[in-house]
Ligand binder design. Structure first.
Ligand code: NAD
Length: 260
């Protein structure tokens, strides 16, 4: 029987993170939710996870661009659950614009949330994982950790950075029962993608329908969006005991996009 685990999933009030938090709870893990949104809706999500799966579910409103708040979130999870076995670094934002129009403050914000936040969270969970000789770190990276697209300088740079961070952490954790892997989804229809459709249309001077058909799904040979449940199932597997020898990887889940 697998021991009861406890997890932090950053950016889990929406999209992929919420699906991962629910899927981990379904396996019996206690979960710390995190992310922004309407307080009543978040409380309903938290209570729903706790009652549906019979686990402890907590919420931290920590802003992933703030290292001190990340440290506090890890402390709160450790206090609530006694330990943090699983860290899923999922919080992320996107901004689409040609480089000469790319606002420097957006660059800084994306690097802080999509890259540096992972470093800060890992730094804080690592000592406990080492001590207990077990840890699972899952980075929700992107196909953009492996390849580039125009108009996404900050996002592509941050996600490529995540790939390097993941490999380094995998090496440091290897003898301590800690794995670190980067999941690299193609396009998943979440608020993050819905928001960039008009931005892409503007940057490329085409209609929103054309963005979906000719830019987003054109990249994916399957011609359909990846689902949040598919990404969550992969993350749950990487957190399992069976995945103990999978570490330092960047795993595409992209309908064949990165075969091109
Ligand atoms: P989403 O917009 O649905 O969810 C993002 C989550 O991050 C939300 O819970 C939001 O509140 C949270 N968040 C944003 N800024 C935050 C901050 N400063 N502090 C704490 N939480 C914050 O997006 P999603 O599509 O589910 O994306 C989740 C992750 O998956 C991101 O890292 C994204 O880059 C990655 N990803 C998404 C796709 C896709 O097509 N949707 C593809 C590849 C990778």
């Amino acid at each position: 029987m697998t021991a009861k685990r406890s997890a932090i999933v950053t950016g889990s009030t929406s999209g992929i993170g919420l699906a991962i938090a629910r899927a981990l709870a379904e396996t019996g893990s206690d979960v710390m939710l995190n992310g922004f949104g309407d307080a009543a809706e978040i409380e309903a999500m938290r209570a729903g996870v706790a009652t549906r799966y019979g686990v402890e579910a907590r919420y931290s409103g920590a802003d992933m661009s703030k290292p001190d708040q990340i440290a506090r979130m890890v402390d709160e999870a450790t206090e609530a659950f006694g330990k943090v076995d699983i860290l899923v670094n999922n919080a992320g934002i996107q901004y689409v614009a040609p480089i000469e129009e790319f606002p420097p403050e957006k660059w800084d914000q994306i690097l802080a949330i999509n890259l540096s936040a992972s470093f800060h969270a890992i730094r804080h969970v690592f000592p406990g994982m080492k001590q207990r000789k077990f840890g699972r770190i899952v980075q929700i990276a992107s196909a953009h950790a492996l390849i580039a697209s125009p108009f996404k300088t900050a996002y592509v740079a941050a996600k490529h950075g995540i790939a390097g961070l993941t490999k380094t952490v995998a090496l440091e954790g290897a003898e301590h029962g800690i794995t670190a892997n980067a999941v690299c989804p193609g396009y998943v229809l979440t608020p993050l993608v819905e928001k960039q459709i008009p931005e892409q249309a503007k940057a490329r001077g085409i209609s929103e329908d054309a963005v979906i058909r000719d830019v987003l799904l054109a990249a994916q040979p399957t011609k359909r969006f990846v689902t949040v449940e598919e990404v969550a199932a992969l993350a749950v597997f990487l957190c399992s005991d069976s995945a103990a020898s999978i570490t330092g990887t960047t795993i595409p889940i992209d309908g064949g996009w990165t075969c091109h």
